[in-house]
Design a protein around this ligand. Structure first.
Ligand code: NAD
Length: 351
C-alpha cells in the first residue's frame, strides 16, 4: 500500500495570528498547535482581561487590553475561539478583506450562521471554520485512500458511539436547548459531508437521558444519499457501564474495500486513547501507523491549511464558512426532524 497523506504542509513563512478568546480550547489545542507549527502569536484578547493576561503570560505571548487594538492588527490571521453567539459582532470589528479561522459551531443556530455569512460577504472576509476532524491524520489518510480509489465507490457509512460523556463538566450546557447534535455530532456530520457531499435529507431523533443534566445526549441520525448509499449515526453518550463495550467508531465501506476509524479522544475521557485507522483493500485488515491523534494533530492540519490559503499556496480555503453553512443547515434540519413525529404505524384493525 502506498504512503497515505496524513498532514498538511506548512508554508515556509508563517503568518502571525491574533487570538480572540482565552478559554479552554485555546489553551488545550490552539496555543499548542501554533507552537508546534512555529506560527507566531501576536497576542490574545479576551474581555476577561485578567484571564487573557494569565494565559498570555503562561504561553510567553502578548495580551491586548482592548478589542479595537487586537482587531486592528495588520498582516495577520484572526483566530476566533469565542462562544458561538459572539462571532458575528466580533467579525464586524475585523478589517475588510481579513483572513480568519472561526471555532465551530458557526453560530448557535442557522439564523446566526446566516448573519455570520452576511457579515463575511459584506466585509469580504475569508473565513475557515474549525471543524477540524476533517484534518485529523486518520481522516486525511482515509480521504487519500478514497481519492486513490482504494475503496472503490463509498456505499456505506456507519458511526457508532457508546460513551459515557461527563457533560456536567461544562456548566454552560445546563440550560441549552441544543447540545448533542449542535456541539458534538456536528463534527461527524461535517466529516460525512466532507467525504460524501451534501445529503438529500435527514431523519433524526435526539433525546436526553433520565440521569443527564443536559437536554439531549443521545441521537439517531439517518442521512439520505440516494438508493446506493446508506448513512447512519447511532450516538449514545450515556453508556455508563464500563469501558469494555464502549465505542467511538466509524465503519466506511466501498465497493472495493473498507475502512474502520476509532476516535480515541472520547474514550476513557478525559485521558483518551490513541486514534486508529484500519483499511481493508485486498481482503486483509491493515492498521495504518498514524502520525498523531484528532486532538491535537487535527488543529495543526486545520491551521496549516488556513496558512497555505493566506499565503496564496492553496486556491481554496477548505472547510470555509460558506461550506460550514451546509453543516449548520444539516444540524438545523436534524433538530426539525427530531421535533416531528416519525412515520405513523397503522393501528390494528378492530376485532
Ligand atoms: N473544535 C473543537 O473541537 C472545539 C472543542 C471545544 C470547544 N470548541 C468551541 O470553541 C469555542 C470556545 O470554547 P471554550 O471551551 O474555549 O469556551 P470557554 O468558555 O472556555 O472560553 C471562551 C472564552 O471566550 C471569551 N470571549 C467571549 N466573547 C469574546 C470576544 N468578543 N472576544 C474575545 N473573547 C471573548 C470568554 O470570555 C471566554 O474566556 C466554543 O464555540 C466551542 O464550541 C470547539
Amino acid at each position: 500500500m502506498t504512503e497515505l497523506r496524513q498532514t498538511v504542509e506548512m508554508p515556509q513563512k508563517a503568518i502571525p495570528v491574533v487570538i480572540f478568546g482565552a478559554g479552554s480550547i485555546v489553551t488545550d489545542a490552539h496555543l499548542p498547535a501554533y507552537r508546534d507549527l512555529n506560527i507566531p502569536v501576536v497576542g490574545i484578547y479576551d474581555p476577561d482581561l485578567e484571564k487573557a493576561r494569565d494565559v498570555a503570560k503562561k504561553w510567553g505571548v502578548a495580551n491586548f487590553t482592548t478589542l479595537d487594538d487586537a482587531a486592528s492588527q495588520g498582516s495577520v490571521v484572526f483566530d476566533l475561539a469565542v462562544p458561538p453567539q459572539a462571532i458575528a459582532d466580533l467579525l464586524e470589528k475585523l478589517p475588510d478583506g481579513a483572513v480568519a479561522i472561526i471555532q465551530k459551531p458557526l453560530g448557535s443556530d442557522l439564523t446566526e450562521a446566516e448573519r455570520i455569512i452576511s457579515v463575511l460577504r459584506r466585509k469580504n472576509i475569508k473565513a475557515a471554520v474549525n471543524f477540524q476532524l476533517r484534518f485529523a491524520p486518520m481522516s486525511l489518510a482515509l480521504k487519500d485512500a478514497i481519492r486513490k480509489r482504494q475503496l472503490g465507490e463509498i456505499v456505506d457509512f456507519d458511526a457508532w458511539l457508546a460513551l459515557h460523556t461527563p457533560w456536567h463538566l461544562w456548566a454552560f450546557l445546563t440550560n441549552l436547548p441544543r447540545v448533542e447534535i449542535l456541539l458534538h455530532s456536528i463534527h461527524y456530520l461535517d466529516f460525512v459531508r466532507d467525504l460524501m457531499g451534501n445529503p438529500n435529507g435527514v431523519h433524526a431523533r435526539t433525546i436526553g437521558h433520565p440521569s443527564s443534566t443536559v437536554s439531549n445526549t443521545r441521537s439517531a441520525i439517518m442521512l439520505d444519499y440516494g438508493e446506493t448509499v446508506r448513512c447512519n449515526l447511532s450516538i449514545n453518550h450515556n453508556h455508563a457501564f464500563g469501558r469494555r463495550f464502549q465505542a467511538c467508531e466509524f465503519r466506511i465501506c466501498g465497493t472495493k474495500g473498507a475502512a474502520y476509524m476509532k476516535m480515541g479522544v472520547n474514550l476513557d475521557y478525559p485521558k483518551g486513547e490513541p486514534d486508529e485507522l484500519w483499511l481493508n483493500t485486498d481482503g486483509e485488515w491493515r492498521q495504518i501507523d498514524l502520525v498523531g491523534n484528532w486532538f491535537i494533530a487535527a488543529f495543526r492540519g486545520r491551521f496549516a491549511q488556513v496558512q497555505r490559503f493566506a499565503a496564496g499556496l492553496d486556491d481554496v480555503l477548505e472547510g470555509s464558512a460558506e461550506d460550514a453553512w451546509h453543516t449548520m443547515a444539516l444540524v438545523e434540519a436534524a433538530y426539525e426532524s427530531s421535533a416531528i413525529p416519525m412515520h405513523p404505524i397503522k393501528e390494528a384493525p378492530d376485532a
